[in-house]
Design a protein around this ligand. Structure first.
Ligand code: M6R
Length: 616
């Protein structure tokens, strides 16, 4: 969704802002802009345009903006269509503002400001912030305190950054339920600083090239940065201390490194990501310790998992794993539905939120709801310091590294790895998992990276499968048991990046409706791993075949039966049932990728989608 970057220092701001905006592109956007306080007097200079950052760069080439301080933004339209006039920054008087999120009381504020003489030029909710700050500055010239007073009038979820022509080296930023952090630069602190400088950003990837020293703002915080100084205050304008931390992600981790797309690179990073997720968990020979995690398993009557999209699919698999290995009842809720159905939550419940970004508004809201109703809370998250990690009592981190492609791949398989690890941890503590079985699972987990390397080597063969079915407009994915959510995930991946209509179903449900869709133009991807239910999957396959459907089977290496039934066969190594979802996901990711790449879609930034959905 929208992205914010701000810079103040000695360098020319625009190239730094554009570089930061480029790194935020992956979040999804439809327009972009920058604001730079003038060095020669006059109003804050603006450059904005609809469309990609390349268009903004072209317009800045024609009409450059000079100055060592500025703010930049990528907008994902919520209020008002994507257009130059609705693009951020928005200016009022001496002030220009960029904003992520939604101002829920914008209509009321706009009416009030208009009545007081403000003239609006856009349809956005953001413009009210610029006018409010400008209005507050007429009462008192302290820029930070003016934003404090303006922010107190806003309702909704938002992060903002503002510049003021009267204090041209200063940026004031504020965070309220939308991510925002400060990046500290300067000699010896920043990665490439030769003089004093500081940054503000909604996502650390925007500034990672320049500094890895950050200050996370808490909800309600406001900050003022100048080249030499930063200060943080609370919602009442009182100074607060926030710790600095060093980001361990390397800047190179957020680059394509020779791959055609981030998605392909991230698919190939899975062996390493899974290995690092295991390392981070403290995996022993027949147990998983999770140093620092304190869960009273005997007091946990139920786990309620909350997540969206791909993370929701990981939760569905987690449910079967935890119920199977630890015998603790688990319920899974779509986070966006949870708090609107008056859920039953008890103090003996553990609410477990799963989110790659840790910034998904629905997941954060659902976890807050569970917490408010008395549940203990735990989060599984891939981004250190993300908002979700501050809501949860405890956090387990996956170590996938930065995931830039909108389509989640390595984050998903590391979430699945974490689910197996958590199930082992809980199973050993409830006493339902024997040391011998735990050891077999741990050994199986250790072998996964090598198996995935082998599966990745089949990428070219999977591209041939995709090419054969290139004209398909619809596709079904079928799976049973632990592979049913894998089918859901396979369908999600395909539809989001290739725009081919895809549905995932439990194989047993075929006869209850989806089979009506099957004809000679319909590829049906069947997850047919050996194990319980295999015979039934074969019957489902026969049913599809009888109706002329084209079968792409994902089966177990050494299966000599299935080849006769399938049009295309993709084989995955024979591993314990609990680990099959991880391996079975890899060919489905590659299949989706090659379908999309052959079709020529924007693989990393598919239309209408954003990397993290920070509005409800
Ligand atoms: O960051 P989160 O895991 O909370 O994101 C949840 C979903 O928005 C996300 O998984 C989405 O479904 C992806 N685009 C899937 O590829």
């Amino acid at each position: 969704m929208c992205g914010i970057i701000g810079y103040t220092g000695a360098r020319s701001a625009v190239p730094l802002l554009l570089g930061g905006l480029r790194r935020l592109e992956y979040r999804g956007y439809d327009s972009a802009g920058v604001a730079v306080p003038s060095t020669t007097g006059g109003p804050v200079q603006l450059s904005r345009c609809q469309g990609k950052i390349a268009a903004l760069e072209a317009s800045l080439d024609k009409a450059p903006l000079a100055g060592p301080c500025g703010i930049g933004h990528t907008r994902w339209a919520t209020h008002g269509k994507p257009s130059e006039v609705n693009a951020h920054p928005h200016r009022a008087g001496d002030v220009a503002v960029v904003h992520n999120g939604i101002i829920e009381n914008h209509a009321e504020l706009r009416a009030r400001l208009q009545a007081a003489g403000s003239h609006f030029t856009s349809e956005t909710d953001t413009e009210v912030i610029a006018h409010l700050v400008a209005h507050e500055l007429t009462k008192d010239s302290d820029f930070l305190q003016a934003v404090v007073r303006a922010a107190a009038q806003l309702e909704g979820a938002w992060a903002i950054a503002a510049v003021n022509q009267k204090q041209p080296d200063t940026i004031v930023a504020a965070r309220h339920s939308a991510p925002l952090l400060l990046g500290l630069g300067g000699p010896g602190v920043g990665e490439d600083s030769t003089a004093a400088e500081n940054f503000v950003a909604s996502d650390v990837s925007a500034i990672l090239q320049h500094t890895r020293v950050v200050v996370d703002l808490e909800d309600g915080d406001l900050a003022r940065i100048t080249p030499n100084h930063y200060e943080v205050v609370d919602a009442h304008g009182k100074p607060v201390q926030r710790p600095r931390r060093r980001v361990e992600w390397s800047p190179a981790a957020a680059e394509k490194q020779g791959f055609r797309h981030y998605m392909l690179k991230e698919i190939h990073e899975q062996p390493r990501a899974i290995r690092e997720t295991m390392l981070g968990a403290g995996v022993g020979a027949d147990d998983v310790r999770f140093d620092g995690l304190s869960l009273d398993v005997s007091a946990c009557a139920r786990i309620v998992m909350l997540a969206c999209g791909t993370s929701f699919h990981a939760a569905l698999i987690g449910r079967s794993l935890i119920e199977g290995l630890a015998r603790i009842p688990v319920e899974v809720d779509i986070a966006s539905e949870f708090r609107y159905r008056d859920p039953i939550v008890r103090t003996t419940d553990l609410a477990l939120a799963i989110s790659q970004s840790g910034e998904t508004a629905d997941t954060i809201a659902a976890l807050k709801e569970a917490k408010q109703r008395g549940a203990q809370t735990l989060a599984i998250c891939n981004v250190l310091g993300a908002s979700l990690s501050r809501v949860a009592d405890q956090v387990l981190y996956t170590h996938a590294g930065p995931e830039i492609s909108v389509a989640s791949t390595k984050a998903f398989t590391t979430q699945l790895t974490m689910m197996v690890l958590l199930a082992i941890h809980l199973g050993r503590r409830t006493g339902h998992l024997t040391a011998e079985r735990a050891k077999a699972l741990v050994d199986g987990l250790q072998d996964l990276p090598a198996h995935i390397d082998n599966l990745l080597a089949a990428s070219a063969a999977i591209r041939i499968v995709a090419r054969r079915h290139q004209g398909a407009r619809d596709c079904l994915f079928l799976g049973r048991g632990l592979c049913y959510p894998v089918a859901l995930e396979g369908a999600l991946k395909l539809k989001e990046i290739s725009y081919i209509h895809a549905e995932g179903h439990a194989s047993g449900e075929m006869k209850h409706g989806p089979i009506a869709l099957v004809d000679g133009n319909m590829p049906v991807v069947v997850l047919a791993q050996r194990g319980p239910g295999y015979g039934k999957v074969l019957s489902n396959l026969e049913e599809v075949r009888a109706r002329g459907g084209k079968i792409i089977a994902v089966a177990t290496l050494g299966d000599h039966t299935i080849g006769d039934l399938a049009d295309d066969l993709i084989l995955v190594p024979d591993v314990a049932g609990e680990l099959q979802p991880i391996l079975a996901s890899i060919p489905l990711q590659l299949l989706a990728y090659h379908f999309a790449d052959l079709k020529g879609t924007d693989v990393d930034q598919p239309r209408n989608l954003a990397k993290s959905v920070t509005v409800e």
